[in-house]
Design a protein around this ligand. Structure first.
Ligand code: SME
Length: 150
């Protein structure tokens, strides 16, 4: 992974003149096309005052899981824990919401604005045991950049 090049591209998207929604969609599209094992890339955000997440922009197969209650699945757990969640093998998770039989691993990184967890980036992969510290570094960077447009 060419970490610096990818980070630069993320910053270019954030610093551009598009709308927030266009920037989030561009990040999804870019990451999915740039990194071969990123098969689904999406953003979930806290749904108003409710203790639930709502799907925003994404790239990949459509999912039924538009709304995810806090605490449910990998995403809902990150909404509560405020910590990265790297799942190398989804079949080993009890509290997991499947978005298709092809998905083998998943990484979810929270987005903070003024220390508040406002949402997250969620990546699914069709390959197990594929995520490394480089993915966490890249996605933490991406989430920090995204926080600037909120
Ligand atoms: N697998 C997630 C649900 C969202 S989909 O991956 C798009 C979870 O367990 O929270």
């Amino acid at each position: 992974m060419q970490l610096n090049k990818i980070k630069q591209q993320i910053s270019l998207i954030i610093d551009g003149s598009n709308t927030k929604e266009e920037k989030l969609q561009a990040i999804c599209n870019y990451l999915e096309s740039e990194i071969s094992y990123y098969d689904w890339v999406g953003f979930y955000f806290k749904n108003g005052d409710k203790n639930e997440l709502k799907l925003a922009e994404f790239t990949g197969e459509p999912t039924d899981h538009i709304i995810i209650p806090f605490g449910k699945g990998i995403c809902g757990q990150v909404a509560v824990s405020n910590e990265n969640f790297v799942v190398q093998d989804v079949s080993e998770q009890d509290n997991y919401i499947s978005c298709g039989w092809k998905v083998k691993s998943e990484i979810v990184i929270p987005i903070f604005v003024n220390d508040e967890n406002i949402g997250q980036i969620d990546i699914d992969s069709h390959t197990a045991n594929v995520f490394t510290e480089k993915d966490e570094e890249l996605l933490e960077f991406t989430c920090k950049e995204v926080s600037k447009i909120f």
